[in-house]
Design a protein around this ligand. Structure first.
Ligand SMILES: [Zn+2]
Length: 377
């Protein structure tokens, strides 16, 4: 089983410089290969000729500075482009692979471990190919064999490493419990045991602060434009931009923390977790819901829940979107028809039971999930 461990890095100035150059070279190779692929495709269509694509190593003659960085990082750029193409072929609506931009503040590269080229030294340093060991904050122990490391820089200039390890994870004790979960709009989620989980208050607060800060940023941009100044030279704009990036980072951290705690709680206490697969794209297009859904960002949560369940020998069952979880009475099975999103509570016309919309849906999701799980029609 592969498990990722993320740590903060504290590179020296020259090491940060090396990271920046590595990001730049990876970007360069990625873009060169993307360009070559597009060109060779055009040629192939015109002449029917099949053109062999160059490898990252072949670009080194034309661009000697590529030799200075980790060659495995360049190979991984090739793999990344391949993955982007495959994703495009299997999900054409996701769009054609895009160019990597120097202007994107978030940059990264990935390298692989070859007989100890990546290692933790003295519990304080991270050994990486082609450079002196970098100071690392090892806030928790690494487990297993190191396969690869991804070094990244955030929008606010912090450096992190995500180390992928091959590790054996022990299955968690079975509890004999199954739970249904409806990812809500007014709450984060409702559960078939009648409980609900709200978005943490600090997260809602930061989100409100973020939108305010973003509005201020657009005003600053507008102001600079009016006065005929470049954004790069506008100090007030730049100050606000960093503030926005910091807030954004804070929200991502708070959200990850919340998702981690909730998913761990669920896999600790239940063997089977039934969830609904929603059409995120379709929902986000609906304006009224966009903000709420963006905030709950539950597709990120589902992926965390799914990999944790896999690690610990638990099951996540996804119930199809077509399943009318909010239309069926969970007490008697009566089909009560479609309900607008504004209806939060309803009474069954057949048995008279009163339902909280989301809790009722989660009870139905649990029943449907278990039906799928046991394979009974
Ligand atoms: Zn009923």
């Amino acid at each position: 089983m592969l498990k990722a461990f993320k740590y903060r890095l504290y590179p020296s100035d020259s090491q940060a410089d090396f990271f920046m150059r590595s990001f730049g070279c990876v970007r360069k190779v990625y873009n060169l290969m993307l360009n070559d692929r597009i060109e060779s495709y055009k040629k192939h269509r015109e002449t029917g000729e099949k053109i062999k694509l160059p490898t990252p190593a072949q670009y080194k003659n034309e661009f000697p500075f590529l030799k200075e960085v980790d060659s495995l990082a360049l190979c991984n750029a090739q793999l990344q482009l391949k993955a982007a193409y495959n994703h495009f072929f299997s999900h054409p609506s996701s769009g054609f692979p895009r160019w990597k931009s120097r202007k994107n503040p978030v940059q990264s590269y990935t390298t692989n471990n070859q007989n100890g080229t990546i290692a933790i030294v003295e519990g304080r340093y991270l050994k990486l190919p082609k450079m002196e060991p970098v100071r690392i904050k090892l806030h928790r122990q690494l487990q297993g064999l190191i396969k690869s490391a991804t070094i990244s820089r955030t929008a606010t200039g912090k450096y992190f490493v995500s180390i992928l390890c091959e590790t054996e994870v022990e299955a968690k004790k079975l509890t004999g419990s199954a739970i249904g979960m409806d990812l809500g709009v007014t709450s984060f989620a409702a559960f078939s045991d009648g409980t609900k989980v709200q978005n943490p208050k600090h997260l809602t607060k930061s989100s409100a602060r973020l939108s305010k800060a973003q509005r201020k940023l657009s005003r600053r941009a507008l102001q600079a434009k009016k006065e005929g100044r470049f954004l790069a030279d506008s100090r007030n704009y730049q100050k606000q931009r960093i503030l926005v990036a910091k807030l954004h980072e804070k929200i991502v951290n708070q959200r990850n923390d919340f998702h981690n705690k909730l998913s761990t709680y669920l896999v600790n206490n239940h063997d089977v977790i039934c969830v609904e697969t929603l059409n995120v794209k379709g929902l986000v297009r609906n304006h009224r819901l966009a903000g709420a859904l963006h905030d709950v960002s539950w597709s990120a949560f589902l992926s965390k829940l799914t990999y944790k369940a896999e690690w610990y020998g638990k099951q996540v069952i996804q119930v199809g979107r077509w399943f009318p979880s909010s239309q069926i009475c969970s007490s008697c099975g009566h089909w009560d028809g479609k309900k607008g999103l504004h209806i939060r509570e309803w009474s069954c016309l057949s048995c008279g039971a009163t339902h909280d919309r989301d809790v009722n849906a989660s009870v139905n999701i649990r029943a449907e999930g278990l039906r799928q799980f046991h394979g009974t029609a």
